[in-house]
Write a protein that binds this ligand. Structure first.
Ligand code: COA
Length: 259
């Protein structure tokens, strides 16, 4: 079904592995198309509860957009590329009602850093390296990097990283708030899966509302507080709220149906 991705569902966690290791998993047109289809699957397949995006091999998550596809592009072609990627993949990852975690297993540069940042949060292997090196190519980030890097690590550091093309290692990325956890590479996927599995025990509709509310805050949506009140209220009409509160009072584990 996919030319450039390996996918499997393990215990409700959909693992998407970008699979062009000979090109360090660079995002060419085919990868973007395939990621778009994989995100359709995330939205539409009820067997998928949580998602992990990672890269094939132990060297690279994604080393950027495929630079070989840039040579022929003019201004219109460049903005069309950025728009298509943002609309088809990056924004839909960010707005997915199901949690999507990036497990960053090596280089996460340019479009790779942008892909990781579009996910709801990130884990990284000890050898991971993050950067936005587009100015080396006479370009700027085009898949949301200037916006999401600023949201995640603040203006000053985002400016510096985008201007210098410097890479930051996993521990520094953690101290900046770009990644939440650093694991040895051999444990990255399993440890990330444990986090996904923990989230799967929680109320799915409430988790989806958390994503929407935190995204409002990150984007500086002026209606964020009001949206939180409305979504908080909506939770009270769900079966999940009934199950969660009843289970607490009955001193048992809740079993959520996502309804
Ligand atoms: N686009 C297209 N091909 C890429 C790529 C990219 N973003 N990143 C790596 N590749 C390819 C290389 O061209 C090479 O292909 P080849 O074997 O056919 O020559 C292969 O992947 C391996 O990369 P290589 O550069 O030989 O590995 P390295 O260990 O010497 O260096 C990097 C690793 C990540 C430092 C280096 O590949 C790099 O700087 N990549 C580009 C990063 C970038 O600018 N990304 C932003 C793009 S907007």
């Amino acid at each position: 079904m996919y030319q450039t991705l390996l996918t499997e569902i393990q215990d409700g966690t959909f693992i998407i592995t970008i699979n062009r290791p000979d090109k360090l998993n660079a995002l060419n047109k085919d990868v973007i198309e395939d990621l778009g289809k994989a995100i359709d699957e995330v939205y539409n397949n009820n067997d998928i509860k949580t998602v992990i995006i990672t890269g094939a091999g132990e060297k690279s998550f994604v080393a950027g957009a495929d630079i070989s596809e840039f040579i022929e592009l003019d201004a219109n072609g460049g903005s069309a590329l950025g728009r298509k990627g943002q609309e088809m993949v990056f924004n839909r990852i960010e707005n997915s009602p199901k949690p999507i975690i990036a497990a960053v297993n090596g280089f996460s540069l340019g479009g790779g850093c942008e892909l990781a940042m579009s996910c709801h949060f990130r884990t990284a292997s000890e050898n991971a390296k993050f950067g936005q090196p587009e100015v080396n190519l006479g370009l700027i980030p085009g898949y949301g990097g200037t916006q999401r890097l600023t949201q995640l690590i603040g203006k000053g550091k985002a400016m510096e990283l985008c201007m210098t093309s410097d890479m930051v290692g996993a521990e520094e990325a953690k101290s900046l708030g770009l990644v939440n956890h650093v694991f040895p590479i051999a444990e990255l996927l399993n440890e990330t899966k444990k986090i996904a599995q923990k989230i799967q025990t929680k109320a799915p509709l409430a988790v989806a509302k958390v994503i929407a509310c935190v995204n409002d805050a990150a984007k500086g949506n002026p209606n964020g507080f009001e949206n939180e009140i409305v979504r908080f209220g909506e939770c009270f009409d769900t079966g999940d709220k009934k199950e969660g509160t009843t289970a607490f009072l009955e001193k048992r584990k809740a079993n959520f149906a996502g309804k």
